[in-house]
Design a protein around this ligand. Sequence first.
Ligand code: C2E
Ligand code: CA
Ligand code: CA
Length: 447
Amino acid sequence: MPEHLPSKPSKPPQALALPLQRNALLSALDSALENSDASNFLTALAIIDVRDFSELNRSFGNECGNAILAEINQRLEQLPNETFLHHYLGNDEFGIVLPQLKSPGFAVICAEQILALFKGVFEWQNHTLKITINMGIAYNYAQHLESSKLLLDAELALKQAKTSNLPYSMLGKNEQQSSDQLKWELLNNLHVAMQEDELELYYQPKLCIKSDKGDGDNKSRQASRYAEALIRWPTVDHGLIAPDITIPLIEHLGSELDLINWLVNTALKHLSETDAHHDCGVSVNIPANSVTSKALYQLIEQALQMWDVEPNRLTLEITEDVLIKDKELAFDYLSKVRETGVRVSIDDFGTGYSSLAYFKHIPADELKIDRIFVKNMLHNEGDRNIVKLIIDLAHAFKLDVVAEGVEDNHTLDLLKSMGCDYAQGFLISHPIPYKDYLLWLKEKPEF
Ligand code: C2E
Ligand code: CA
Ligand code: CA
């Protein structure tokens, strides 16, 4: 460039949403690659990019764009930080190092976990925004691969995902694999697992913490020893796969009712095998779109007869949004199921936007306070007030209250002092296999 020409005026610097972490990403990648060269594990790199981000900035302004990036960063923090090392790369890109993968397929499970973070809408001022992403994934298919090569491959895969309008795409040794191909493999494996009865039920106890354990309004309906059944898919290559991945895949297969049938029958079989005193209960999660299916109620009735279990020892956990979306129909179905004696619990309560008016006729026996409020209640007055409000509201309508996500003794004590009825969370027990749950029942640890 001739010297007398002025250089291009630089744009005024814009406030960044987050600190740039490109170097931190490269050093995390370098050390993951080093470890992986010394072991049998693989390292993958996923790069995510927000779809239509410039349009979002144009329509709502940079302040909105920055708020969305900050929220994405927060959502990424919810992933376990030993397996997902996330870094902001500038613009609308984040890089996530996935160390210690047992096989390339495991990267797909990680990709599904990342995608699941974008299911919920984003709120900005009074706008509700649906944010979608594209993701490019690359892994070290050979020893001594440089981090710069992985970065390049992940960017190439991202480009492919964007041009083909796919949620993710992976670049491996031989060729690019689309999310469709990868998902198909996973679906196929899950289908076989369901056919071969390879899914497992884990149990997480709900501990009774009411000071007056005797004559609550719901006493006749509620079993004194009680646990939530949670599904796990054990796989040789990827270890135990969590329901956040499995359930959407099962829905994709159109096999929700097969799953519920297996779930209810397995849970009731376990109850009838072990519960000589008839004082144990179990709750199962029912996905939103099955609540208004007639077949659901038939299969529950058959299962109760088959295993000769009293209906009040079975609880159906249903998320709050079901009652908001198809209110009339859902109220109708749930009222009928309650007439048979089966209990109904409203799960993740507080995260939907239900109106107070519906409480008057709510067809439920129990509310479960979402762990998002319980987690911060010691330090956040707003969350503490919400928890207290839900407990009082529930009691005013003669419902039991369960607090989810109880992880420490101080929170447990505070919940007791607020009059909460049941506590569930890692402090009491992680979800454990059936045989370990039997031991837990025998030992009855004190809290
Ligand atoms: P959920 O119904 O809210 O279940 C509780 C989840 O919270 C479980 O995750 C459990 O491991 C986790 N959790 C329990 N205590 C704590 C704690 O103290 N701290 C934290 N951070 N987490 C805690 P999991 O087992 O991965 O289940 C995730 C979700 O998958 C469940 O959320 C439920 O909605 C769904 N799910 C699980 N099993 C089934 C099933 O058989 N059918 C259907 N439809 N959904 C299921
Ligand atoms: Ca639940
Ligand atoms: Ca829940």
